[in-house]
Design a protein around this ligand. Sequence first.
Ligand code: TMP
Ligand code: ASP
Length: 242
Amino acid sequence: MNNKYELIYEGKAKKVFSHSESDKVIIEFKDDATAFNALKKAKFEGKGKLNCLISAKIFEHLIKNNIPTHFIELKNENIMMAKKIKVIPLEIVLRNTAYGSLCKQTTIKSGTVLAKPLIDIYLKNDELNDPLITKDRIELMKILSSKDLDSIINLTLKINGILKSFFKNIQLQLVDFKLEFGYDSKNNILLGDEISPDNCRLWDLNQKNDTIVSLDKDRFRNDLGGLIEAYSEINRRINNFI
Ligand code: TMP
Ligand code: ASP
C-alpha cells in the first residue's frame, strides 16, 4: 500500500487506511488466517485477493437488492474503497444449519437443518474472547438502542434470504455466516466488514452422497487442507454465474 494513506486500524485479516475524503476508507485484505481467537495462525498466499474479489461481488449483489453496505468499489485485486463507518462492536451470526460452536455448546446434532434461522449475537472483544451476549446485556452496556438492534436483526434476516439463493444458484449451501454493522456519518446503519469464505460456512452441493465438503475457513480451522483451492472454486463459480 503506498504511503499517501495512513493506517488507522489493523485487524486479523484486514488493514484499514484513511482516504483523502474523510468519509471514505481504503481496506486491504491480508493473506493471514486466524482461528479460535488467533490461537491458530497461518498465511495463505492469495487469500486476501480471493476474499476481496468475492466480497466485492457479494456486496454488489446485496446493494442491487437494496441492502445498505459500506462497499464503494474495488481499487485493486486485494484493495477496496468503502464508506467510513463507526463499527458496532457486535458480531451477528446467522445459522441455517447447526454446525460449529452451536453443536459444541448445545445438544443439537451437527448438520441439523434449522426450522427457522437462528441468530446468535457475540460481543466483538478479543480480550473477552468474543462472548455470546444477550439483548439485555447489550442494553445494559448501551451498545445501541433496541430499535437499532431490531433493524440489524431484520437486515441480517433479509441478507440471509438474498445470500441463500445466491449461493444455491452456484451449488453451495449457506450453513451460517457472521456479519458486522456500523454507522456512517449520517447515522445510517450499513453492513460492513467482508462477506467471504472466512466468515461464511459454505458446503458444496455438487456431492453425490451426504459427505460434507467445506469450501470455507473450516478447511483451516479443522486442518482439512486445500483452503486456496476452495476459495478459488467459490470465486470461479461466482464469476461464471454473474
Ligand atoms: P461458530 O460456529 O464458530 O460460532 O461460527 C459461526 C459462523 O461465524 C461461521 O460462519 C464462522 C463465523 N465466524 C467468524 O466470522 N468470526 C469468528 O470469530 C467466529 C467465531 C465465527
Ligand atoms: N475470526 C476468528 C479468529 O480471530 C476465528 C474464526 O473465524 O473462527 O481467530
